[in-house]
Design a protein around this ligand. Structure first.
Ligand SMILES: [Zn+2]
Length: 78
């Protein structure tokens, strides 16, 4: 499930929440001041952000963009 960030129009603080993408445009209440004047910021997909690092260090891609940093466990050490 993606994480969405909502910036408060009143206190300008950010509230992060994990919710279904179908609910992303529904307004939420600011967790800092209780205002409902929030607007959605860019969404952060944690799974998508983690994938490229795992992918380029997969054993079958040795010699790829990661050079010699890939260890046998498939994780990047740099
Ligand atoms: Zn607020």
């Amino acid at each position: 499930m993606p994480v969405y960030e909502y910036e408060c129009g009143k206190c300008e603080k950010v509230t992060e929440t994990l919710r279904k993408s179908s609910d992303a445009d529904a307004p939420i209440v600011c967790e800092h001041c209780g205002s409902d004047k929030t607007r959605r910021m860019h969404s952060v997909f944690t799974a998508a952000a983690a994938a490229p690092k795992r992918g380029h260090c997969a054993p079958q891609s040795s010699g790829g963009p990661c050079g010699g940093c890939c260890n046998p466990h498939g994780s990047c050490s740099t």
